[in-house]
Write a protein that binds this ligand. Structure first.
Ligand SMILES: [Zn+2]
Length: 155
């Protein structure tokens, strides 16, 4: 608690210079909260164009309150496209939330922990989980997904 108050006072001291940046961060946050992000749409479009059909924002395990971005139900493959900012991408996650360091790392850490937990639960239910960063080239993601879906379809 004391630590948190201390961190907050630091943030308040920085307020005049960081206000605009905070607004930018907030805008980006709101944008990234939305479903159907640009990289996700591009990936879906690329899969659809190759003849693959899937569910979107769908719960692989109905009793588990976790939705995957792209779901191949019969093959039991759940695909997640993780935003670099919110899910703490090692390449782009850090720099972006530097200004709000007193708050964001905790939030992002929580997301990362949840992601790991989701993987574990889905895998326990015999699902294959595929995760891609939003910065992953579409073709690279498509190649991995197609390979897994094909393999699962043969069994
Ligand atoms: Zn990234």
């Amino acid at each position: 608690m004391a630590r948190r108050l201390e961190d907050r006072s630091d943030a308040i001291n920085e307020l005049p210079s960081s206000f605009a940046s905070s607004a930018t961060v907030r805008r980006r946050m709101q944008r990234q909260r939305e479903r159907d992000t640009v990289p996700e749409l591009a990936l879906r479009r690329a899969l659809f164009a190759r003849g693959y059909r899937y569910r979107v924002n769908y719960r692989p395990v109905p009793s588990l309150r976790r939705s995957a971005d792209i779901v191949f139900v019969r093959q039991q493959i759940a695909v997640f496209v993780d935003g670099c900012f919110w899910h703490g991408c090692p390449e782009h996650g850090r720099r972006q939330h530097r200004i709000n360091d007193w708050y964001w790392p905790k939030k992002i850490e929580g997301n990362c922990r949840r992601d790991i937990d989701t993987n574990r639960r889905l895998e326990a239910a015999c699902w294959t989980v595929l995760r891609f960063w939003e910065h992953t080239p579409i073709l690279e993601a498509v190649t991995v997904i197609v390979e897994k879906v094909k393999a699962a379809s043969q069994t």
